[in-house]
Design a protein around this ligand. Structure first.
Ligand code: ATP
Ligand code: MG
Length: 572
């Protein structure tokens, strides 16, 4: 398993990936008239995830680079699993990622009429037949990887009879599963996909777009090839699991003798450690209440990542860096986090907030005194300027930044010691006040040194700098801290008799209800991203309401990716 993981999957040729090389070559030779037309074809049966982002960046990306077009096409051929909620979310997500289909929005269901007509054509030319075998009987006669299948007894029925039956299938005369339209290819083919695959099946279900107009629906491979052809797609980019389907894709176009053939090219699916990328399993997480919804910030969906505080820039950068390969591999989730950190480090304004507040009274300040200190908004970007941070007699610091008995090399606050307040003064702790009943530390009594405003430490060494807020000015906030949704790198690997749910991390969400943040964070809109100094990058959650701030930690500050890279360099 470990060997399959490649922390920095390089494109197979440095510089250009194999798909762009094909596009270059096709352009050089004038194939497809030098045109590049791609499509992103999601099935609207779930929300898009980070794996889809790879496909979106590729399809829309090459269209932009090669002056071509990219269509958004809903592959809506299975009415039982599809829903308009998904159709809407997919459009929102593609747009949010920064891509535009320029009005080129299509639905495979738009082509049901054409697909049906082509079905009749295939029957008339002896390339398809109506088969009366049940699904079970078809399975039994399909053969195995080592044995050929057997011809259906209906394979040689006259075209006229098939045509009549196909029309009656369409008009709703027969029950679900009683008949199919099958391609007449080769029951002995070593490729099972070519053993007279079904092209149409009966399914009396209401479709979210065509309503009850149809009770037969085309199968994926057939619909996909014909849809690509109808839209004039030149390069049909899809994931490796379709490699074995390519002969069927090509057969459909050849059998109908269609001019201009799109070319299917397969690339490796994205897999990420600690992450599941399967709509079926993600749906199970949603339906089972294991997460709060498709946009739960722990989900690898685009909607979840967005709510978590991921930026389109970070996701696109990630998709760039993983490159394209012809072999499946697993990418470390740390790389995704690294891309977010890099983007936010450049762009996110800094603030201060305290997750677990401990009261500090500055005894040499008079009651009620307040002053405003200047804080730099983003040391990486001077154009973001400065802001005022209120400083007063009662402060709150992180409970963890104080130790009554400091361990060696503890540079934060402890009795008798000094620490620097970020953007503020140096303080010294003189007294620890405890709760009489519980013995817990209730308050620290400290003095500040007025000569150290802004953090200067004339003539002495103060190693530690801690964050803080002014108690009277701070705003209450709920902060949600996330860990990985799964506790194992390959959530699908389970012990016997268990499924992936057994690998859920019970501590993937810790909500801190009693945090305090500086007043500058009031009234920020959902998805506003920022850094809380020393704590990580955060985003305003849509649960935020007037008087109720809710923040998600998008990613902590510690970059574990650098370590992984170093290790892999040492290894390799
Ligand atoms: P899932 O297995 O998660 O349900 P899917 O492949 O069934 O995904 P589709 O809606 O059919 O989902 O996918 C739309 C496009 O996105 C397809 O071209 C598919 O190849 C691509 N895609 C899906 N998952 C990934 C992935 N993990 N990495 C790269 N591309 C993907
Ligand atoms: Mg699919």
């Amino acid at each position: 398993m470990d060997d399959a993981r490649d922390p920095s999957p390089a494109p197979e040729t440095p510089g250009k990936d194999f798909i762009r090389e094909i596009l270059d070559e096709d352009r050089r030779t004038g194939k497809h008239g030098g045109k590049v037309a791609t499509r992103f074809p999601p099935e609207p049966n779930g929300y898009l995830h980070i794996g889809h982002a790879k496909s979106i960046c590729l399809n829309f990306g090459v269209a932009l680079e090669y002056g071509g077009t990219c269509n958004l096409r809903f592959d809506d051929t299975n009415p039982l699993k599809e829903d308009v909620e998904y159709v809407d979310s997919i459009q929102e997500d593609v747009r949010w990622l920064g891509f535009d289909w320029d009005g080129r929005l299509f639905y495979a269901s738009d082509y049901f009429g054409k697909l049906y007509e082509f079905g009749e054509t295939l029957i008339r030319t002896g390339k398809a037949f109506v088969c009366d075998l049940s699904a079970e009987e078809v399975r039994k006669t399909r053969g195995t990887l080592t044995e050929p299948g057997r011809n259906s007894p209906y394979r040689d029925r006259p075209a006229e009879e098939s045509l009549d039956l196909f029309r009656r299938m369409r008009s709703g005369e027969f029950p679900d599963g009683s008949r199919t339209l099958r391609a007449k290819i080769d029951m002995a083919s070593p490729n099972i996909n070519l053993r007279d695959p079904a092209l149409f099946r009966i399914r009396k279900a209401t479709h979210h777009r065509t309503g009850d107009a149809w009770c037969i629906y085309p199968m994926y491979d057939y619909a996909h090839a014909i849809s690509d052809w109808i839209e004039g797609i030149t390069h049909s980019l899809c994931t490796l699991e379709f490699e074995d389907h390519r002969p069927l894709y090509d057969w459909c176009l050849e059998a109908l003798d269609l001019p201009s053939r799109p070319r299917q090219i397969e690339f490796a699916r994205l897999n990420v450690t600690y992450t599941l990328l399967s709509k079926r399993k993600l749906l199970q997480l949603v339906q089972g209440g294991h997460v709060s919804g498709w946009d739960d910030p722990r989900m690898p969906t685009i909607a979840g990542l967005r709510r978590r505080g991921y930026t389109p820039e970070a996701i696109r950068d990630f998709c760039d860096r993983i490159g394209l390969a012809k072999r499946d591999s697993v990418v470390e989730v740390e790389l995704l986090e690294h891309c977010l950190r890099e983007d936010l480090n450049r762009r996110a304004p800094r603030f201060m907030g305290v997750l677990d507040p401990l009261r500090v009274v500055i005894t040499n300040l008079p009651e009620g005194s307040t002053e405003e200190l200047d804080a730099v908004n983003n040391p990486e970007d001077p154009s973001q300027g400065t802001r005022k941070v209120p400083f007063s007699r009662e402060l709150l610091i992180e409970r963890d930044d104080f130790r009554e008995v400091p361990p060696p090399k503890y540079h934060r606050l402890s009795p008798g010691q000094e620490v620097r307040l970020r953007w503020g003064y140096i303080i010294r702790c003189h007294e620890v006040v405890k709760d009489a009943a519980t013995g817990a530390i209730a308050e620290l009594r400290c003095t500040y040194d007025p000569a150290t405003r802004g953090g200067d430490a004339p003539g002495r060494k103060v190693k530690g700098t801690i964050h803080w807020v002014s108690a009277a000015h701070a705003l209450p906030a709920e902060v949600r801290l996330y860990d990985r949704l799964f506790s194992t790198p390959s959530p699908d690997e389970t012990s016997e008799g268990k499924d992936f749910l057994s690998n859920l991390n019970p501590d993937s969400l810790v909500a801190r209800a009693d945090c305090r943040v500086e007043p500058a964070l009031a009234e920020k809109k959902p998805l506003f991203f920022f850094q809380l100094e020393r704590l990580g990058y955060f985003a305003v959650d849509p649960d935020t309401a007037p008087g109720r701030l809710v923040f998600n930690r998008s990613v902590s500050l510690r970059d574990t990716w650098a370590k992984i890279e170093r290790k892999s360099r040492e290894r390799g």
